[in-house]
Design a protein around this ligand. Structure first.
Ligand SMILES: [Mg+2]
Length: 289
């Protein structure tokens, strides 16, 4: 993040700086792309490729984003990856483009080059997460709008549709259930209008994109996402990456932001059209491994 003279200080005394809109810094982005031999394009799914929907079962990528992803996938100097809190199978089905890397459950399930891999700690926490989901399903049954989604190695308890006065009750139930049944192997993470249950494994979206970087050494990483879990990915590719937060959170580790998923779509389209044209031309015999 660039240094600004701070006029507003946070409680911790940290200067708070505005995260600028990427539209005002396209010259910098262009400069980076001009020096790049290739592009590692990482993107979140919900709220980025797809608009946020009330119902977690509803989101689909927009037609424009699917077109953009296909063009990225077809380009020999681009490696596209979709990194999400959703389960790997769910994510793959929703996007449905062959050859894209899919990383589900915040990096716990990797589908790279068509191979599936699960983190070892994730497998052992799976039955505990199932038990917690079962208990919460019963306890939260009478709180309208709660969705308990067991994704196997992780789970999400959604409360976007819950009456505001009951949100705290839902959250308390989740913290109690994990405390009683998790045996220290299950962690709670704040999501967007949701709580995520995850194995206490040292993996996140940041480790996921770092692993992808090993496949395309020296390529320019780009990451775009709207969720708190995307912050780890921003941090992992800072300072070399092009990092774009979707939304109004100025506390983000990203260098730039766009205001909405609609603007994210425009930025991704810009990368596909203007951005790709800037990449260094390489010999025909150079390709991604
Ligand atoms: Mg998201």
């Amino acid at each position: 993040m660039s240094e600004h003279d701070s006029t507003v200080g946070t409680a911790s005394g940290e200067p708070s700086a505005e995260t600028p809109l990427v539209w005002d810094h396209l010259a910098e982005v262009r400069g980076r792309l001009r020096q790049a031999e290739g592009l590692l394009f990482g993107t979140d799914f919900d709220g980025t490729l797809s608009p946020i929907e009330e119902n977690p079962e509803a989101p689909e990528p927009t037609a424009e984003n699917l077109r953009s992803l296909r063009t990225l996938q077809d380009h020999p100097q681009v490696r596209p990856a979709v990194i999400s809190g959703r389960g790997l199978a769910d994510l793959r089905e929703r996007v449905g483009i062959e050859g894209v890397d899919y990383i589900g459950n915040h990096g716990l399930e990797l589908g790279i080059d068509g191979q599936r891999e699960t983190h070892a700690d994730a497998a052992s926490a799976e039955p505990k997460i199932a038990e917690i989901c079962g208990t919460l399903g019963r306890q939260l049954d009478d709180i309208e709008g709660t969705v308990v989604e067991n994704k196997g190695v992780t789970a999400t308890i959604h409360y976007r549709m819950v009456d505001r006065e009951q949100v705290e009750t839902v959250r308390e139930h989740v913290f109690e259930a994990v405390d009683e049944l998790g045996d220290g192997e299950v962690e709670i993470h704040d999501g967007k209008e949701s709580l995520e249950l995850r194995p206490a494994a040292d993996w996140d979206k940041g480790s996921a994109i770092a692993q992808l970087q090993e496949h395309v050494d020296g390529w320019q990483p780009v990451y775009i996402g709207d969720d708190t879990t995307d912050e780890a990915a921003f941090e992992a590719i800072t300072p070399n990456g092009i990092t774009v937060h979707v939304g109004d959170n100025h506390e983000t580790a990203a260098d730039y932001r766009v205001r909405s998923s609609a603007e994210a779509e425009v930025f991704i389209r810009w990368l596909v059209t203007d951005g790709l044209a800037l990449l260094e031309t390489v010999d025909d015999n150079v390709s991604a491994t």
